[in-house]
Design a protein around this ligand. Structure first.
Ligand code: SF4
Ligand code: SF4
Length: 137
């Protein structure tokens, strides 16, 4: 099994620092791969990244929620969304996303479709080569 980062990820990057096997890769280009991605073949399911995420975006694969009830105001980021998000990441650098939407309180969201892109990123997407063009955002 692996851990999965869902579309609740807004690239805060705090998770990357704690992964003991360095299997978390910031997606590039951001509009096509907006999250940080976990290499499922390398992740040892230690769970260290989960409490580091201020946005509670990371789950064991078999616990990715199919009916997440929004608190209201949290952002999701995904390909095809057009909302703008700006923030400051874990290292004090800028976050700029144009692939977001803010959830409404009580809205129910299925995050299980977010599982496959985590696999695709390493199978057919840029995978670890995205680190070569990482701009820190
Ligand atoms: S800490 Fe959370 S929001 Fe930040 S990059 Fe990791 S998964 Fe995404
Ligand atoms: S569960 Fe552990 S090995 Fe897997 S991505 Fe998180 S910190 Fe890395």
């Amino acid at each position: 099994m692996t851990h999965i980062i869902t579309s609740l990820c807004v690239r805060d990057r705090g998770c990357i620092d704690v992964c003991p096997v360095e299997c978390m890769v910031p997606g590039q280009p951001i509009n096509e791969w907006p999250w940080i991605y976990i290499d499922p073949d390398t992740c040892i399911d230690c769970g260290a990244c989960v409490p580091e995420c201020p946005f509670a975006a990371i789950f064991p694969e078999d616990e990715v929620p199919s009916a997440y009830t929004a608190k209201g105001g949290e952002y999701i980021s995904n390909v095809g969304l057009t909302g703008h998000f700006e923030g400051t990441n874990h290292h004090g650098g800028p976050i700029v996303l144009d692939t977001t939407r803010q959830l409404e309180a009580g809205e129910v969201v299925d995050f299980t479709p977010d599982i496959q892109p985590n696999y695709d990123f390493f199978k057919t997407g840029p995978g670890y080569s995205a680190k070569d063009v990482d701009d820190g955002r």
